[in-house]
Design a protein around this ligand. Sequence first.
Ligand code: NAP
Length: 649
Amino acid sequence: MTRNRHAGEPFRDDDETIAAALADVSVPALMCSLVHMTGDPSWIRGDIRPRVANSLDIQSGLPPAERAEIRRRALPAIAAYRDAGCEPRELESELLLEMMAFLGTRPVGGRLADLFVDDLGFDGGDAGAITWGDQIPASAKAECGVVVIGAGLGGILAGIRLAQAGLPFTIVEKNDGPGGTWWENRYPGARVDIGSHQYCYSFEPAHHWSEYYCRQPELRAYLASIVDKYGLRPRIRFATTVTRVTWDDAQARWRVHVRPADGPADGPEEVLDARFVISAVGSLNLPRLPDIPGMDSFAGPSFHSARWPEGLDLAGTRFALIGAGASGFQIGPAVADDVKRLTIFQRTAQWIIPNRLYHAAVPAGERWALRHLPFYGRWFRFLTTYPGIALGTDPYRVDPDHHDPTGRSVNAGNAQRAEALAGWMTTLLADRPDLLPKVVPDYPAAGKRILQDDGTWLRTLARDDVELVRAAIDRIVPDGIVTADGVHHRADVICYATGFRHNDFLASMDVTGRGGVNLRAQWGDEPTAYLGITIPNFPNLFCVYGPGTNLAAGASLFYHSEFQVHHALEAIRQTLLSGARSCEVRPEVHDDYVERTQAELAQLVWSHESIRHSHFKNPNGRIYTLSPWPLDLYREWTRHADPDAYLFT
Ligand code: NAP
């Protein structure tokens, strides 16, 4: 019998090694692992219990004395487990739910429990694996070619599932390697800001992360390793751009036009034939450069953050950073030591959550536990993911009766949060109070995508060789940037960390659907899709990370992608089983979904009119980029391709 892959690798380490490791672990996650080791539920039924469920507090508020007590009691239990051969006990599902409630500090049932039972896979399986391949006759499979566009985290996942279904497919990727955004964004300091242990596929737990929020090279290597593990590399056409995707009404098939990524725009194209297309092109990858007079006149290197020049030497330079959202906020501190002077131009201040783990290495003991202690990694994932998912969107809801003269909140809880975050900034800048008016935002907390930090950003701003400029930029000149107050800021290098064309979904190619309908014309500035996945007039086309699926709070996109790919494969399964040639969302179902989504978004902080600049918003200030739906609800909606929602023709 194969060992459950979450049972941990058996170990023979001595007591001293184990005791040293225990000093580094998350004690609440350890307590759950101890139930697996001993079969004894009293570990989670005693007086020592998590005080809070908070994704950023891996000790769940347990005071040091209680942590020490559990560690003391854990050592002989772990030693006994080792001496008995490292065989974890089988646990009943009710006990697993009780353990979820223990870590979550309240009962976990219904949709949330279903989500986590699948996600954590205590049976060692992959709940999302495709098992229906055999239901489809070989002849039907053979003529059911699928083209997946993009080999980022969504496209790789689609490839894994299509291979399991036994369907022929090709992944087309414009870059020279896999990873999507984690292939492209190589700027100094690039790292994930969702915990690494939840920023990975549910069925490919990554116990190896070196940091709690790991850096780009490690993420890129993780995604490449998944591509190789699942044998996807031969199925990916790298360095190939999709220019056009056109539906052939008569044949009920897609024609996917491709050309070499480094070839001329008007060069010869090849046409791939496909029954289904899965677009996994991402939505934060078309750089948005600002339109500032004089940009072309700048004498030194200038580039977008996602196009960081290979081998750029910054030593001795005056470095201008335009934009300080999620990217700029990582670049600034990472280059400050290398440059002679760093000038940061920030149009809107950013709310930041304190997170002491943001730049922290996963200590050796924690890594030992993730590797060896049964289900420790699963519980660690739960501990860091559940609180955000369980909160849903209520903390972000605008209370019409709430009035805040500072403009920093939309409900009472939001006001407390704004006060706490501003207080944290004030404490960190005790020696530089002059910076406070520049860094404390004047709009509701979490109204733009919130950042998190261990203080590195504010410490960087406080350096003598760093300047934060909040004045508007007037123009760019050959040797720098002139602001509206007339100051000439000299610069040798300019990095535009000005974000992406978030609202322009699938804008890198021309998509023509049934009856010659053009996707861009259909969408205008209001891109919509049913569940963010399927679009009326575009049969047999599925989006991963499509319109209205970005998560402004709550969870990692890996979760969403798994639900979306599952839904796409369900629709494909039903199409093939029914003998239909195409599957298309019914317009009224799409319209109803969009109406509900818009009504929900209108009540949430991200739509608040006080937020003038936000990549979530379209040019008219409306939001078509975000999902307002709690993850467990969205998962339930995506489980089935409902025949009432789809027309199988
Ligand atoms: P962003 O959040 O849109 O930030 C762009 C920055 O450029 C903002 O400071 C913006 O100011 C400024 N800007 C844009 N146009 C400007 C103009 N014309 N003049 C002056 N300033 C201008 O873009 P991003 O930092 O690249 O991040 C985009 C998204 O990518 C994030 O929300 C996140 O989802 C993802 N991301 C994630 C990570 C991570 O996981 N660690 C890292 C990077 C990016 P305003 O705020 O006033 O618009």
